[in-house]
Write a protein that binds this ligand. Structure first.
Ligand code: ASP
Length: 301
């Protein structure tokens, strides 16, 4: 299962349809890995989406307030609870690949900034130049029109009026052994403060995977998702006996209590292959694939 963000899009435009098509391709490509390893499948799906440049992740990362690109990503193995994550990387077109290498290192979980860039240099995953932001002038225009006042005022209240799409990407998968995995990748919120870390590289917040619970990947304003550790919350509800769909619904209700400025979206699955998509935004982009073919796509309202 993959997602391409949850948002306030009203109509299904050609750009959204294009993104849905890229999601479908990513899912089909990653399905070749899923029988053997849910972890590999999640990495491959998210790397595909990062490389596509059409989402707010990897090559498509949105700009920070300084006009730079700072990317976050994380991946988790539900069998071992091993995690690898990176934050604020500026020269890594596919941060999920770097996160996976860090997971394999064992003994370190989250590496940020220049050290993470240098690890990427060492492993041949870095570009020589910093990545260039996508649509900087578009966001600067919004800023000039007073639509991004969160840089000076109450950040959450202004997000409520923004309504721009959250195009973070994520994947969850289960393999033939019943092992689950989850991954997440983002450029974060547009014109975010440089150095700001959202939920996407934080295990338990933006993503989580536990064979005894669930694999979950979230999207939405990180400052809300982090406070409730949403991905872990869903997994723990399942581990304690709730149905997957109920667990997602209850977790999103908890988010609503915090009055999020924009909605939250998530995809989830458990080791028996049950799947769930839940969101409080008007729509969410996702694709569900079983071992043979795509079973469901959603530009879901
Ligand atoms: N969760 C991401 C963040 O807050 C944004 C998103 O999902 O689009 O960094």
């Amino acid at each position: 299962m993959v997602h391409g963000g949850a948002g306030t899009w009203r109509k299904s435009t050609s750009a959204l349809k294009r993104r849905l098509e890229v999601l479908r391709k990513a899912c089909c490509y990653a399905s070749e890995f899923v029988q053997e390893s849910a972890l590999d499948a999640c990495e491959e799906a998210v790397a595909f989406l990062e490389e596509s440049g059409v989402f707010n992740a990897g090559r498509g990362g949105v700009p920070t307030a300084a006009g730079t690109v700072e990317l976050d990503a994380g991946i988790m193995d539900g069998r071992t609870l091993a995690v690898g994550a990176v934050s604020c990387v500026t020269r890594v077109p596919s941060p999920i690949r770097l996160a996976r290498r860090i997971l394999e290192l064992k003994g370190v979980i989250l590496v940020v900034g220049e050290t993470a860039n240098k690890l990427a240099d060492m492993w041949g995953l870095a570009s020589s130049e910093p990545l260039r932001p996508k649509r900087f002038s578009y966001y600067v225009r919004k800023l000039e029109h007073g639509e991004l006042g969160y840089l000076t005022k109450d950040i959450l209240e202004v997000f409520r009026h923004l309504g721009y799409p959250l195009e973070t990407v994520g994947a969850v998968a289960v393999d033939k052994e019943g092992n689950v995995a989850a991954a997440c990748s983002t450029g974060g919120l547009a014109l975010k403060m440089p150095g700001r870390v959202g939920d996407s590289p934080l295990a338990g917040a933006g993503f989580y995977a536990d064979n005894r619970g669930a694999a979950v990947s979230c999207t939405g304003v990180g400052e809300v998702i982090i406070r409730l550790a949403v991905a872990h919350l869903v997994s723990e509800y399942v581990r304690m006996g709730r149905r997957l769909s109920d667990a997602c619904r209850i977790a999103l209700q908890r988010c609503d209590e915090l009055r999020p400025p924009l909605g939250i979206g998530l995809i989830a699955l458990d080791s028996r292959g049950n799947t769930a998509v839940a969101h409080t935004t008007p729509r969410m982009l996702y694709v569900i694939h079983d071992v043979r073919s795509v079973v469901k796509t959603g530009l879901r309202a």
